[in-house]
Design a protein around this ligand. Structure first.
Ligand code: GDD
Length: 421
């Protein structure tokens, strides 16, 4: 029997996803019509023998528990939300809930970061891990990145013949390797012994140090990467499985659009239903439309568009490379391009909502999405997709170009390269 744990963080994490994460926990943000971590759950449910998925995070239970219940029904696997009392780090939460993870005696369990996306083939990771035999305590899924980008990830040096991890450095300051940690692992239950040793050591430190109020040098937080992977490297118990399939982080709304495009393509390859089946209007390329959305027959959508629940798209509207969230309304003859429209937004007739795509450099092999900061070094707003927060209203005949608009704003004029708070 197998299990899976998805690490979803809390409202304190995922801040680069604002304003979209102000209304919904980032792991539940819809990409290609499904909440981000539904894609993870779907990948887990596809592994034969996988019985339970545990979502681990610091969000209030009422924000995640209904989603967990819905997923359990839909995929016919157990799905539970376990609420961490504090941010315990990527391994601290695993340790806190070790009894729940070990319950039923799983042979192994997957751990997935909730803020990555990709063509997760967990069965391939499982076969690779099993083929390493009894000594394999953990296998990390890895992928290739560029030399510069690798510094933003966990970097792995492996034995090319055995795929044993020889050296692991989390976000190194200088070049280590272009083989990076994707945040997807498979572990045997013995990993709790390793985490337990770190936990005990940290507790010893906590009680032996001179505690200065407000400046405690010790913490209960345990990092899977720094406290477990790095020491396991070179012991012959940690392995690396390299995938060439599509993979990316989802740290920003830019990355959500990129991920939307790739998940739609994946659906098409898997033969899952996309919009052409209903054909409510002219569709170009990959488009997902929620069955409750209303689309005027003269609108043109695509490629790479997702339209959420109860959204309305008017006559003559053109939408490309965009996510239109639930109950948003795009009035007649407007254009939406490289943008995310928040829940309950209204875009007036003949308006233009447009952003700048921030895709990985197509000329660099293995390039990943860059998590570009909002402002450049000289204080200028970096080009970005346009994001309308929830309940934003744009009057008719306005242009909103490269802007990030906080929820509830009413735009009565055009804006360019601005953040509206
Ligand atoms: N439950 C829980 N509790 N989840 C957490 C916590 C915590 O205290 N801290 C982080 N997470 C979750 C985040 O929500 C995210 O899904 C994942 O764990 C990764 O956490 P980050 O701290 O944001 O790390 P990162 O994304 O910068 O780097 C990690 O992922 C990269 C791949 O995306 C590392 O594992 C890197 O080595 C890796 O390359």
């Amino acid at each position: 029997m197998l299990k899976a744990v998805i690490l979803i963080g809390s409202h304190q994490k995922g801040t680069r996803f604002r304003p979209l994460s102000l209304q919904v926990p980032k792991p539940l943000f819809p990409v290609a019509g499904r909440p981000v971590i539904q894609h993870h759950i779907e990948a887990c449910a596809a592994v034969p023998g996988l019985r339970e998925v545990l979502l681990l995070g610091g969000y209030p239970a009422e924000e995640l528990a209904p989603f967990a219940a819905e997923m359990a029904q839909r995929y016919d696997v157990g799905v539970r939300y376990l609420h961490e009392f504090a941010a315990l780090g990527t391994a601290g939460g695993l340790y806190q809930f070790r009894d729940q993870i070990r319950a039923g005696g799983p042979d192994a369990f997957f751990v997935l970061n909730g803020d990555v996306c990709g063509d997760f083939r967990l069965d391939e990771l499982l076969s690779f891990h099993r083929a390493r035999g009894e000594r394999a305590l953990m296998t990390v899924m890895a992928t290739e990145a560029t030399r510069e980008q690798a510094l933003n990830f966990g970097c792995i040096a492996e034995d090319a013949n055995t795929h044993a991890v020889l050296h692991y450095v989390e976000k190194p300051e200088t070049f280590v390797s272009t083989l990076i940690n994707t945040g997807i692992y498979i572990c045997g239950s013995d990993v709790f012994q390793q985490i337990g040793e770190v936990f005990d050591r940290k507790q010893q430190e906590l009680y032996s140090c001179d505690y200065v109020e407000g400046d405690s040098p010790c913490s209960e937080s345990i990092s899977l990467e720094e406290d477990i992977l790095a020491p396991l490297a070179g012991t012959g118990r940690l392995f690396c499985y390299q995938t060439a399939r599509w993979w990316s982080q989802i740290k920003t709304a830019n990355a959500a659009l990129y991920s939307n495009r790739h998940y739609l393509k994946l659906y098409r390859q898997k033969g899952l239903p996309l919009a052409e089946d209903g054909k409510p209007c002219k569709i170009i390329g990959d488009v997902w439309i929620d069955p409750t959305a209303t689309i005027h027959p003269t609108a043109v959508l695509g490629p790479n568009v997702s339209v959420g629940r109860n959204a309305e798209v008017g006559a003559g509207v053109r939408v490309r490379e965009a996510i239109i969230l639930g109950a948003a309304r795009v009035r007649d003859h407007s254009l939406v391009l490289h943008a995310v429209l928040g829940w309950d937004c209204v875009v007036g007739a003949w308006s233009r909502i447009e952003g700048t795509p921030c895709d990985p450099d197509p000329n660099k092999p293995f390039a990943k999405m860059d998590n570009v900061p909002l402002f450049s070094g000289n204080g200028k707003l970096n080009p970005s997709i346009t994001i309308l927060g929830g309940k934003v209203t744009v009057s008719a005949e306005k242009v909103v170009l490269n802007c990030i608009i906080m929820p509830d704003k009413e735009l009565a004029r055009s804006y360019k390269n601005e953040i509206l708070l």
